[in-house]
Ligand binder design. Structure first.
Ligand code: DMJ
Length: 658
């Protein structure tokens, strides 16, 4: 009415609409657009639509692509300034007179799980669903850490039953010894190489390497959860402080998608799930974003190398002349990427799709859209692999990310193939046994491996050979020795009639791998060992005789121990501890050796990050109770970083089905 009286201010539109009508119409229109756009990302199987709307999969960085669709040019990542929040001190540190400090110490000491009595609690800024504010470099989310912890079946660090029963037990002393080794490895690294990727113990300096695109501190990130697990509180605090203050993501080199994922993303995710500390979650998600350009290929199968500066990608030069992606690399992203999705809170985004999200320029919005795309990407890998024709049901190691065809029929459960199989069975377990597709793919692949690759030597040793278009190389790599543990882990969910068989197979393969250690002068195993010309489980040339502190054999001992409690696995594990001390320990850290058949060690001058992440962790777990990082609650990624099983019914989860 009032408006009619003042037509000079409210002219009718050329379409005959008045201002309130226009306003309502525009509101309706914008709501409609938002709905449609949300659906584009959230509806299942929307890949065709996405292709239509998103820029073609060229060399465009993924984040840019997603952001530009929404009409929001993306500022290149600016690393947030180091978190100024004071570190939570370990007991005994800090100013005892300060109230704040006392409070923090209490927090450090508090056990977070209702039944847990031994956990280092570092939940000061993390309980509930709090988050750093965007201006602090945080990513708001609705992940409820306390709810997550309450769903765990066991206290994270277990109850240490053996300690209460037998305080001076042998196993406790053995565990303490392994803890001392970790402390020594860490302190040596800290003294000579803090902030660098790896320690060189002979030259007493640090080494950056070329796999991480300019990222630093690989040893630190890889060590976080092991330090936490061993309750090395002071060392954990040092590591965490470094991550807060010095772990910068504004780097510009070329990185291995696989290595950054399993070591950095895996390490940060575990550290977050163990402690609830926001800094780990935020850095994991931001680093995840930087990996996305690797997926910009015609098939969506990522290439192995991503350029952090240009956002371009490429395959390794050695991978069929730069034409192929590697099975173990693109097949070992699922666990971490689903957790990245989970921790971004994007299920809330899905649920609220009909409600306008936060202003589209916010970090929050971009990350959510991005991570929906991330989980789609890893699920797409599965789809491609499911569809493609597989020779005899086997998965070759080289696949073209352009055509989606196999590039060579080389099949291996060791290097190039290994963790692809591992991630299938672990995806099943991590999904709380709901990801049936992964389970089916795993058992089908295992059947094919058994049929075509499995052999028994004349001396009665079971081994998994390598397959080259039908011809077998009768060798096993050290890397393939993880398979004993994997087969043991998967045995319980196999068809009833196969379970005992898989348990036995796992034990036999692990025994063979032990033989490769036992038959050397150092009692450490070579990089590869053969079964031909009358020789069994030994390397046949010097170039395969080295040992670089790898974990796969002790990894299998740990799984077999948990499954059988046969004391032989602890005996074998202790042989490794003794050998590591004798041949790999140097004045300034642990080093690999160049020839396991020589009792005079020739050190390679490298303390590999996986020695702290995996070898020492698996050894420690081998001498711990089964409820420490219980397999009911956790799966280990291929760098031994524990990621939680999705115990929820899925309805309240942020990232949907894990
Ligand atoms: C680790 O980085 C991982 O276990 C990976 O899957 C294979 N190789 C090394 C350790 O040997």
């Amino acid at each position: 009415m009032l408006m009619r009286k003042v037509p000079v201010f409210v002219p009718a539109s050329p379409w005959g609409l008045r201002l309130p009508q226009k306003f309502l119409f525009l509101l309706f229109l914008s709501g409609l657009i938002t709905l449609c756009f949300g659906a584009l990302f959230l509806l299942p199987n929307s890949s065709r639509l996405k292709r239509l709307f998103l820029a073609p999969r060229t060399q465009q960085p993924g984040l840019e692509v997603v952001a530009e669709v929404a009409g929001h040019p993306l500022a290149r990542e600016q690393e947030s300034p180091p978190n100024p929040a004071p570190a939570v001190p370990a007991p005994g540190e800090g100013d005892a007179s300060s109230q704040a400090s006392t409070r923090r110490r209490k927090v450090w000491l508090r056990r977070t799980h209702p039944t847990g009595t031994r956990e280092m609690a570092t939940v000061a800024r993390s309980s509930g669903s709090t988050a750093l504010r965007p201006q602090e470099g945080g990513i708001p989310f609705s992940f409820d850490f306390n709810a997550f912890r309450s769903r765990l079946r066991h206290p994270v660090l277990g109850t240490r039953a053996d300690e209460s029963k037998e305080p001076q037990s042998l196993v406790r002393a053995q565990r303490e010894k392994i803890k001392e080794m970790m402390q020594f490895a860490w302190r040596s690294y800290k003294l000579y190489a803090m902030g660098k990727n790896e320690l060189r113990p002979l030259t007493k300096d640090g080494y950056e390497g070329s796999m991480f695109g300019g990222l630093s501190g690989a040893t630190i990130i890889d060590s976080l959860d092991t330090l936490y697990l061993m309750e090395l509180q002071e060392e954990f605090q040092e590591a965490k402080t470094w991550v807060e203050e010095n772990f910068h993501l504004n780097v510009s080199g070329e990185a291995s998608l696989f290595e950054v994922n399993i070591r950095y993303i895996g390490g940060l995710l575990s550290a977050f799930y163990l402690t609830g500390e926001e800094v780990f979650r935020v850095k994991a998600i931001k680093l995840g974003e930087k990996l996305l350009p690797a997926f910009n290929t015609p098939t969506g199968i990522p290439k192995g190398v991503v350029n952090f500066k240009s956002g371009s990608n490429r395959s390794w030069g050695w991978a069929m002349a730069g034409s192929s992606s590697i099975l173990a690399e693109f097949g070992s992203l699922h666990l971490e990427f689903l957790h990245l999705t989970e921790l971004s809170g994007n299920q809330v985004f899905a649920e609220k799709a009909s409600v306008l999200p936060a202003p589209p320029t916010s970090e929050w919005w971009k990350v959510k859209v991005l991570l929906v795309s991330v989980s789609w990407q890893v699920r797409n890998i599965r789809k491609v692999l499911r569809k493609i024709n597989k020779p005899f049901g086997l998965y070759p190691n080289f696949l073209s990310p352009v055509s989606g065809n196999w590039m060579q029929h080389h099949v291996s459960v060791g290097g190039l193939g290994d963790s692809f199989y591992e991630y299938l069975i672990k995806s099943w377990l991590m999904s709380a046994k709901t990801d049936v597709e992964a389970k089916d793919m795993y058992y089908e692949a295992l059947e094919a491996i058994e049929t075509y690759l499995l052999n028994v030597s004349p001396g009665g040793l079971t081994y998994i050979a390598e397959w080259r278009g039908g011809i077998l190389d009768h060798k096993m790599g050290h890397l393939a020795c993880f398979s004993g543990g994997m087969i043991a882990l998967g045995a319980e969910d196999a068809k009833e009639e196969k379970r005992a068989h898989y348990r036995e197979l796992a034990a036999q393969i692990t025994k063979t791998c032990h033989e490769s250690y036992a038959r050397s002068d150092t009692k450490l195993g070579p990089e590869a060992f053969w079964f031909n010309s009358g020789r069994e489980a030994v390397a046949t040339q010097l170039s395969e005789s080295y040992y670089i502190l790898r974990p796969e054999v002790v990894e299998s001992y740990m799984y077999l121990w948990r499954q059988t409690h046969d004391p032989v696995y602890r005996e074998w594990g202790w042989e490794v501890v003794t050998a590591l001390e004798k041949y790999c320990r140097t004045e300034a850290g642990f080093s690999g050796i160049q020839d396991v058949y020589s009792s005079i060690p020739n050190h390679d001058n490298k303390q590999q990050t996986f020695f702290l992440a995996e070898t020492l962790k698996y050894l420690y777990l081998l001498f711990s109770e089964d409820d420490m990082l219980s397999l009911e609650d956790w799966v280990f990624n291929t760098e031994a970083h524990p990621l939680p099983v999705n115990h929820s019914d899925g309805s309240s989860r942020a990232g949907g089905r894990l």
